[in-house]
Design a binder for this molecule. Structure first.
Ligand SMILES: [Zn+2]
Length: 307
C-alpha cells in the first residue's frame, strides 16, 4: 500500500496578489520537498477532478453557490471580494472546484482502491467557509464536501473530521453542528481569527483552544487527552483531516510552536485509530501553512506518519 496524493495544476490559477500569503507557491513548496525527501517514490500522485454543483449543494446553500458562480470573474485583471479576506480573480472558481473535487477523489480512493491514506495538496483552503458564506481565504468547504459525499455515496454513518490548523475550523463546525454522524475535533490558537469555538455546546464537537506560545508537548498532551479517546469511542468509518500547518514554529501567521515532530505524531496516531476502526482510511486535505520551507517539511512529516 502506498499513499495517494491528489492535486491539480488548476489550483495555481487562483492568485490574489504578489504579496498575499495564500499563494500558488505553497503547492510548489510541498512538491519540491516531496521530491527532495525522496518521498515521491513512496507516493502515488494523481490529478484531482472538479467538484460539481451537486457536490457543493450538500454543504452550501444554493443561494451562496449560485452567487459565487454568477459573480466569478472571467477576465484577467478582474476581481471581486466575497469577504474582507477572500478575493476571487479570473482563475479562482476553477481552482476552488478542483480543490473541493480532490476530496471526492480521495474518498473514492480510500473506499474502493488499495491505498487507504490520501493527501490533497490543494488550494484555496476550505475550513472557514460556512453553509452560506466565504471567509478567511476559503470559498468552498473542501473537507465538508468530502465528508458529505462519503456519507451519501457510501452510506457512512460515522465520520470524524480532525482539524489541526492553527485557526478554528468554524465553517466545518457550522455545517455539521447538528449532524450526529460527524465528530468534529479542532485545535486552535485562542484568541485569534476567527475567534470562534470557545462557546460551542455539542457532544460531537471537541474544540481545544490553546494560548499563543503553545508548544508541541502541550498540544500533544491536549490532543491525547481530548481527541484520541473520543475518536476511539466514536469508532469512525472514515477519518478526514483538515491539515493546516500554520501552527508551525516558523510560520508567523500565528504563535504556536509546533514542529514536524508534532505533525508526524498526529498522522501516526490517526493512522492507528484508522487501522483500528476503518481499515486505515484517511482523507487529509491541506488548509493553512504559509511559510514555504516549514510547510513543505511538515507535509512530508505528516505523509511519513501516515505510512
Ligand atoms: Zn489557518
Amino acid at each position: 500500500m502506498s499513499i495517494t496524493v491528489f492535486s491539480h495544476n488548476y489550483c495555481s490559477l487562483h492568485r490574489v496578489s504578489e504579496v498575499h500569503p495564500e499563494e500558488p507557491a505553497r503547492i510548489a513548496a510541498i512538491n519540491d520537498q516531496i521530491i527532495r525527501s525522496g518521498m515521491e517514490f513512496a507516493l502515488t500522485q494523481k490529478d484531482a477532478k472538479p467538484a460539481t454543483k451537486e457536490d457543493l449543494y450538500r454543504v452550501h446553500s444554493a443561494n451562496y453557490i449560485n452567487d459565487v458562480f454568477e459573480r466569478a470573474p472571467t477576465e484577467p485583471g478582474e476581481h471581486i471580494w466575497l469577504d474582507p479576506d477572500t478575493m476571487m480573480t479570473a482563475g479562482t472558481l476553477r481552482a476552488a472546484l478542483y480543490a473541493a473535487g480532490s476530496g471526492i477523489c480521495a474518498v473514492d480512493e480510500v473506499m474502493t482502491a488499495d491505498n487507504r491514506s490520501t493527501f490533497c495538496a490543494i488550494r484555496p483552503p476550505g475550513h472557514h467557509a460556512s453553509w452560506d458564506a466565504a471567509m478567511g481565504f476559503c470559498i468552498f468547504n473542501n473537507i465538508a464536501v468530502a465528508a458529505a459525499y462519503a456519507m451519501q455515496q457510501y452510506g457512512l454513518e460515522r465520520v470524524a473530521i480532525v482539524d489541526f490548523d492553527v485557526h478554528h475550523g468554524n465553517g466545518t463546525e457550522d455545517i455539521f453542528l447538528n449532524d450526529e454522524r460527524v465528530l468534529f475535533c479542532s485545535s486552535f490558537q485562542h484568541p485569534l481569527f476567527p475567534n470562534t469555538g470557545t462557546q460551542t455546546i455539542s457532544h460531537e464537537v471537541i474544540n481545544i483552544p490553546l494560548p499563543a506560545g503553545c508548544d508541541g508537548p502541550t498540544w500533544q498532551a491536549a490532543v491525547r487527552d481530548r481527541w484520541l479517546p473520543a475518536i476511539d469511542a466514536f469508532a469512525p468509518q472514515l477519518i478526514l483531516v483538515s491539515a493546516g500547518f500554520d501552527g508551525h514554529l516558523e510560520d508567523d501567521m500565528a504563535q504556536f510552536k509546533l514542529t514536524e515532530i508534532d505533525y508526524h505524531w498526529m498522522a501516526a496516531e490517526l493512522k492507528k485509530l484508522a487501522e483500528q476502526h476503518c481499515e486505515g482510511r484517511i482523507v487529509a486535505m491541506l488548509e493553512g501553512g504559509y511559510e514555504h520551507s516549514s510547510l513543505g517539511r511538515s507535509v512530508v512529516a505528516f505523509l511519513k506518519g501516515m505510512q
